[in-house]
Design a protein around this ligand. Structure first.
Ligand code: CP
Ligand code: NVA
Length: 339
């Protein structure tokens, strides 16, 4: 929905595509094409977006800063050691003060409640840059990547020459921890007609928490999800195999236990062959990656879409900044400005 509503032209393919694609997808990426960059609307002109990050980031931060620049605005990075938040000042007071000077907040937090608290007390829109439960901007980049790669999943000869490839319903397997990245896949892919097959160890702590599963059921996504503790069973028939780190930020103290619990979950050619994945299966990972969860042969091999996925963090975050911060207009009755 966000990608369809943005004014950025190369994100239109999810609704309608202005130009026929090249045989390998979309031709030049926008970052390589100065004529495309010139079409970017300057909807953040004279605006500042606060990047309130209490955890590390490479992709999300670089994507946000470069996207804000292209939209004519400024990103103001506020890391955990830069401001009073968490040491001397409450989230409520910080939200009020930052929203008084900035036109949007992109926040990476620990507990999900923290982003809810920021949104409650901010007079400007707050966008989740990752929380304990969700990573919504990641799944948008993944969707764009799959859409760009739609031609890889086509039956040969099924498309009129010059017409745009449509993404067919896929079987997507996720092998690993039930964490923020998977949670957004759970509430997104089934709604778009894709089947999800998930493998996580047989232990409550590696399964989706109640708050996430309630949302899955509310959105009627549960019918499109199969869950097992056997990675081979999960990858059966998979067109795409996805994983994430087994040790998310903040779980470092559990490293040894987690490495033991996830034995047998590494994504490899052998696992997918034995499990009966589609022989043409592709691999995706949000990054950063550790070799425990996927070996080098897959990660750096021809199946891997990981670096295109990383590049697409920028264009999808730019679409969100354009729509939520650039096109947003302050109205006093919005929640957060009640005080
Ligand atoms: N995928 C992702 O969010 O990466 P960073 O943690 O580097 O931002
Ligand atoms: N699950 C990982 C995602 C990193 C982008 C984490 O939360 O650390």
């Amino acid at each position: 929905r966000y990608l369809k509503r943005t004014s950025l032209p190369w994100l239109a393919p999810l609704s309608k595509q202005p130009k026929a694609p090249t045989s390998h997808g979309y031709g030049k990426s926008p970052s390589q094409s100065s004529s495309m960059v010139r079409t970017i609307p300057r909807t953040l002109d004279r605006k500042t977006i606060a990047l309130l990050f209490s955890k590390r980031s490479t992709r999300t931060r670089v994507a946000a800063e470069t996207a804000a620049t292209l939209l004519g605005g400024q990103a103001l990075f506020l890391g955990r050691d830069d401001i009073q938040l968490g040491v001397n000042e409450s989230l409520r007071d910080s939200a009020r003060v930052i929203a008084g000077m900035c036109q949007g907040i992109f926040a990476r937090v620990g507990d999900h409640e923290e982003i809810e608290e920021l949104a409650k007390y901010s007079a400007v829109p707050v966008l989740n840059a990752l929380s304990s439960l969700w990573h919504p901007t990641q799944v948008l980049a993944d969707l764009l990547t799959l859409q760009e790669k739609a031609y890889l999943f086509e039956t040969p000869g099924s498309r009129q020459p010059g017409s745009y490839p449509r993404l067919r319903p896929l079987t997507i397997a996720y092998v690993g921890d039930s964490a923020n990245v998977l949670h957004d896949m759970l509430v997104t892919y089934p709604r778009m007609g894709h089947q999800l097959r998930v493998a996580s160890p047989d232990n409550e702590k590696y399964r989706a928490p109640k708050a996430v599963w309630d949302r899955v059921v509310e959105l009627e996504c549960d019918k499109g999800i199969f869950w097992t503790s056997d990675p081979r069973e999960a990858v059966h028939g998979a067109d795409v195999v996805v994983t994430d780190t087994w040790i998310s930020m903040g779980q470092e103290a559990e490293k040894e236990q987690r490495l033991r619990d996830f034995q047998g979950y590494q994504v490899t050619e052998e696992l997918c062959r034995e499990g009966g994945a589609n022989p043409e299966w592709k691999f995706m990972h949000c990054l950063p990656r550790k070799p425990h969860e996927v070996d080098d042969e897959v990660f750096y091999g021809p199946r891997s879409l990981v670096f295109q996925e990383a590049d697409n963090r920028k264009w999808t975050i730019m679409a969100l900044f354009d729509l939520l911060f650039g096109q947003w207009r302050f109205t006093p009755e919005l929640p957060g400005e009640r005080e």
